[in-house]
Design a protein around this ligand. Structure first.
Ligand code: BES
Ligand code: MN
Ligand code: MN
Length: 454
């Protein structure tokens, strides 16, 4: 049977199966979901077996298990390592979902549910593409290693150790990842750059306990006020980060790349529609695409302290907290940046508060050339699946494993994303366009088949 006919003939079955995967609330950050994480890992392992992998393992780690499968039965053919994640972000705030996060639902050609785009839907594309090849051709066309983790959304902590100890096992001619986005609907994309991410948390302490703001207010420091003053000082009027040395090592974008980025079919109206803000702000001197993909940022992600319940409470809080992060671009060293950020913050803070400064995770940026032959194969396969020529993009998100693989093995990393930027990853009403899911299976099946002649 013809591969495309086979895949088209299994649309309903594939979708039903994906919904089963999506119903498992495998939220990696919450311990109450530990059993769901384990169920999710088993689900992936079972379906890799059903797809034709004879060697499938669930590897326990200090935190969440990794699923690893391999098929090395194509002597003389290339070996590809696929990476994806089965864990998802929390669904909260639940009341903002049109249909429940873990009860997948189709509306208007889109499949809604937590993990549809990030990343279960995309992992499933690969499982189904491989299963289709196995059923149609009786074998996999190339050697394949599959690594699907359960800690991506919490910084891939256990993965570092696993890669260090299993270099031989993971060795491949290329890394293939589907955990990114297409530039826009109808624009199949290959991502050649990601930003890195450092994540921080600080706690300021003023008075040793909460105080009556009438009895003490006016004579004691308020850590919440000091925290907000601090964050107001971390950007200048041109939206540049004021941390000394923050931009020092960054090289200028080559004119050819700047030109290529500005020629992409990127649409400002779509961007504004996706964001829905009353106005827009970004670092002066750069286009929005450059700001999003090629420039570093410092973002306040959460801030809390004092009284936030119903009604009023006159209190000077003892403590104030903030979570914030820096997105990093090539040549910025995560360790140097975290030291510079801490040093500057400590310098800005008055002596009236103490500061606990924690770096929760660090991750390097990644950008790589895309002239290896495998990129041509990826482009051709996407064209077969989507009927459109694929474009090369960078993105602003972060996948720590990609940099780690690239640094460790120096092999091409092919990032083929089937999500869209406005599909609400990490937010309520996350979804994936069904057309991209179905075309994705075809494109990926062609890709793996065509790699036999790389
Ligand atoms: N799939 C995303 C990364 C991504 C999103 C890449 C959009 C390109 C475009 C991944 O699951 C993710 O959310 N990563 C986190 C970092 C991680 C260390 C928690 C991120 O980018 O915030
Ligand atoms: Mn992801
Ligand atoms: Mn994510």
């Amino acid at each position: 049977m013809n591969l495309v006919d086979f895949i088209d003939g299994h649309r309903d079955q594939n979708l039903t199966e994906l919904c089963e995967f999506l119903r498992i609330p495998s939220v990696s950050t919450k311990s109450e979901h530990k059993p769901d994480i384990e169920r999710s890992a088993r689900w992936v392992a079972d379906h890799l077996r059903a797809a034709g992998f004879k060697s499938v393992e669930i590897i326990p780690t200090k935190f969440h298990p990794l699923v690893y499968a391999e098929s090395l039965e194509a002597p003389g053919k290339p070996t590809v390592l696929f990476y994806g994640h089965y864990d998802v972000q929390p669904a909260e705030p639940l009341e903002l979902w049109t249909s429940p996060a873990f009860e997948p639902a189709v509306r208007d050609g889109k499949l809604y549910g937590r993990g549809t785009a990030d990343d279960k839907g995309q992992v499933h594309i690969h499982i189904k593409a491989l299963e289709s090849l196995q059923k149609v051709d009786g074998k996999f066309p190339i050697n394949i290693k599959m690594l699907i983790e359960g800690e991506e959304e919490v910084g891939s902590v256990s993965l570092w150790d696993f890669v260090e100890k299993n270099k031989e096992k993971l060795k491949a001619d290329a890394l293939v990842v589907s955990d990114t986005s297409m530039l826009a609907k109808g624009a199949p994309s290959i991502t050649y750059g990601l930003r890195g991410l450092n994540y921080y948390q600080i706690e300021l302490t003023g008075p040793e306990r909460d105080l009556h703001s009438g009895v003490y207010g006016g004579a004691v420091p308020n850590p919440l006020t000091i925290l907000t003053e601090l964050f107001a000082k971390l950007h200048d009027k041109n939206f540049r980060v004021t941390v000394p040395g923050f931009y020092d090592s960054i090289s200028k974008l080559p004119p050819a790349e700047r030109k290529a980025l500005s020629a992409l079919p990127w649409n400002k109206k779509d961007f504004q529609k996706a964001v829905g803000a009353p106005g827009y702000a970004g670092e002066k001197g750069f286009s929005i695409v450059e700001q999003l993909w090629t420039r570093p940022t410092l973002e306040l992600n959460g801030i809390w302290g004092g009284y936030t319940g119903e009604g009023a409470k006159t209190v000077i809080p003892s403590k104030a907290h903030a979570k914030f992060s820096t997105r990093l671009v090539p040549n910025q060293d995560p360790q140097k940046i975290s030291r510079a950020v801490e040093k500057y913050i400590r310098k800005l803070l008055p002596k009236t508060v103490t500061c606990k400064f924690d770096v929760l995770s660090t991750g390097k940026p990644w950008v790589a050339p895309f002239h290896a032959p495998i990129f041509k194969k990826a482009q051709a396969a996407l064209e077969k699946g989507f009927g459109k020529k694929a474009i090369f993009i960078r993105e602003g998100g972060s996948i720590p494993f990609v940099t780690q693989m690239h640094d460790t093995f120096k092999v091409p990393c092919v990032l083929i994303g089937f999500g869209l930027p406005d599909e609400n990853a990490h937010a309520p009403d996350e979804h994936i366009l069904l057309e991209n899911y179905f075309n994705g299976i075809k494109a990926i099946a062609h890709f793996y088949r065509d790699l036999a002649t790389l």
